[in-house]
Ligand binder design. Structure first.
Ligand SMILES: *[C@@H]1O[C@H](CO)[C@@H](O)[C@H](O)[C@H]1NC(C)=O
Ligand SMILES: CC(=O)N[C@H]1CO[C@H](CO)[C@@H](O)[C@@H]1O
Length: 146
């Protein structure tokens, strides 16, 4: 019985941690962005610091697979400081083999360690999505240096 309770609590802990995610000592709600500004963490609903612009550059229909789109994504730094450690979330089932310039881990995308975006500059990456539309993407986490 005690053993079962331990398992139950472990399962609750797992489900809570997948719904919320850690942002310094805060837990952000799904769909919010964690911003670490010079060591200060905060959860925001609209991430004005980084803007994601998606452009569909190609589309095709494969007999068995149906429609697909090729999407180019610009991540624009809207701050006056350099940003790095960017984590972008999606709710789409992207294929890790059909993404360039970013790395997929479950429903999160990150970038090689050397990627940082200077003020007013973009980081461009891309992916292929099933269907006729670009995937829903949002900023999950960003670090703004001092
Ligand atoms: C960054 O991306 C935006 C949106 O696609 C574009 O309007 C802008 O010209 C780009 N800026 C640079 C410096 O590439
Ligand atoms: C669109 C754009 O360039 N936004 C801001 C990005 O950062 C630069 C410089 O830090 C600002 O001047 C821009 O307004």
């Amino acid at each position: 019985m005690k053993f079962l309770l331990v398992i139950l609590f472990a399962l609750i802990a797992i489900s809570v941690s997948s719904a919320h995610y850690q942002c310094g000592r805060y837990a952000c709600l799904p769909g919010h962005s964690c911003i670490c500004d010079n060591g200060i963490f905060r959860c925001v609903y609209v991430c004005e610091e980084l803007t994601i612009t998606q452009t569909i550059t190609d589309r095709w229909v494969d007999g068995a697979e149906g429609p697909s789109v090729k999407v180019s994504v610009n991540v624009l730094n809207h701050t006056y400081r350099t940003v790095k450690d960017i984590l972008i979330a999606t709710d789409a089932n992207l294929n890790a083999g059909q993404i360039w310039g970013a790395h997929l881990n479950g429903f999160l995308l990150d970038f090689p360690d050397y990627v940082s975006i200077a003020p007013g500059m973009n980081h461009t990456w891309g992916y292929i999505n099933k269907g006729n539309n670009a995937a829903h993407l949002w900023v999950q986490k960003v670090y703004i240096s001092a």
